[in-house]
Write a protein that binds this ligand. Structure first.
Ligand SMILES: Nc1ncnc2c1ncn2[C@@H]1O[C@H](COP(=O)(O)OP(=O)(O)OP(=O)(O)O)[C@@H](O)[C@H]1O
Ligand SMILES: [Mg+2]
Length: 256
């Protein structure tokens, strides 16, 4: 099996709204799969179905061959997720936060302690391991969040806009860390609105709009097909240059 993730005709309805519409794709083992699309395209919904957080309305998805509905527990062990929203407990230290999440994964406490130390060193937070994360900058919190996603040694890491709102130093660090994870053999699914980031990091790019994948392929093949030097040009060619000032059917709480 050469694919880490496979989706077959995945569809998600929220009431009458079709957020993900009959989407199929395959993610090769060890690659960085960049998923892009305008606001509301359905990227996060698609990811949440693969992570077993949302149940598909129809279609199937597999992670390392495990069906996300029938074998949700296995899938959860195999994937690490950095979600769009940071989910950490502000009064707790990074160590306490990671201990809490590690226990949810049922990790042995000795193994967990070691793993936390190792990860905090990797994400450069050992020096502040005993300070509440509520006092941390966005970049520092995102690094705790990344450590959290890796606690259980996942094979597939899914990052939903991991560099959104970070300063340039933190952005560079996150991008290098993602490349480092790839070099270790992990499979990565990455969403971003930063076309430069997708261009730099991705092996394969999928362009989504209005619930559908408009185009998918190896980055260089896509550029050649659209006679473009940048993924941004392919993206704008496919999704258009008009502003997308649509009113959503639900209240957006992100960041406010
Ligand atoms: N829980 C929900 N209930 C109702 N509608 C939802 C829900 N989650 C997402 N939607 C809607 O589904 C559509 C796709 O949203 P989604 O968050 O997947 O898009 P996205 O591509 O991740 O966008 P963004 O780039 O803004 O993060 C949008 O119209 C959104 O308003
Ligand atoms: Mg999203």
């Amino acid at each position: 099996m050469n694919y880490a993730v496979e989706a077959e005709k995945l569809t998600k309805y929220f009431g009458n709204l079709i957020a993900v519409d009959n989407v199929s794709f395959k993610v090769r083992k060890g690659e960085i799969f960049g998923l892009v699309g305008p606001n509301g395209a359905g990227k996060s919904t698609l990811i949440r179905m693969i992570c077993t957080v949302l149940r598909p309305s129809s279609g199937r998805a597999y992670v390392e061959g495990y069906d996300v509905i029938k074998h949700a527990q296995e899938v959860r062990k195999l994937i690490g997720v950095v979600q769009e929203k940071l989910i950490l407990y502000a009064p707790l230290t990074p160590v306490e936060n990671l201990e809490f999440f590690g226990k949810l994964y049922d990790l042995d406490s000795k193994v967990l302690k070691e793993r936390i130390k190792e990860l905090l060193e990797e994400v450069k937070l050992l020096a502040v391991k005993d300070k509440p994360v509520g006092t941390f900058s966005t970049g520092m919190r995102q690094r705790v969040n990344i450590a959290r996603a890796l606690l259980h040694d996942p094979k597939v890491v899914i990052l939903d806009e991991p560099t959104n709102g970070l300063d340039p130093q933190s952005v560079r660090w996150v991008r290098d860390y993602i490349l480092n994870l790839k070099n270790k053999g992990l499979t990565i699914i990455l969403t971003s609105h930063d076309m430069y980031e997708i261009d730099e990091l991705s092996d394969t790019v999928a362009i989504m709009d209005k619930g559908k994948i408009l185009e998918i392929g190896r980055k260089e093949e896509l550029k050649a097909k659209y006679n473009a030097s940048k993924i941004e040009d392919v993206f704008l060619e496919l999704t258009g240059r008009e502003l997308r000032d649509e009113i959503s059917g639900r209240l957006k709480r992100r960041g406010w």
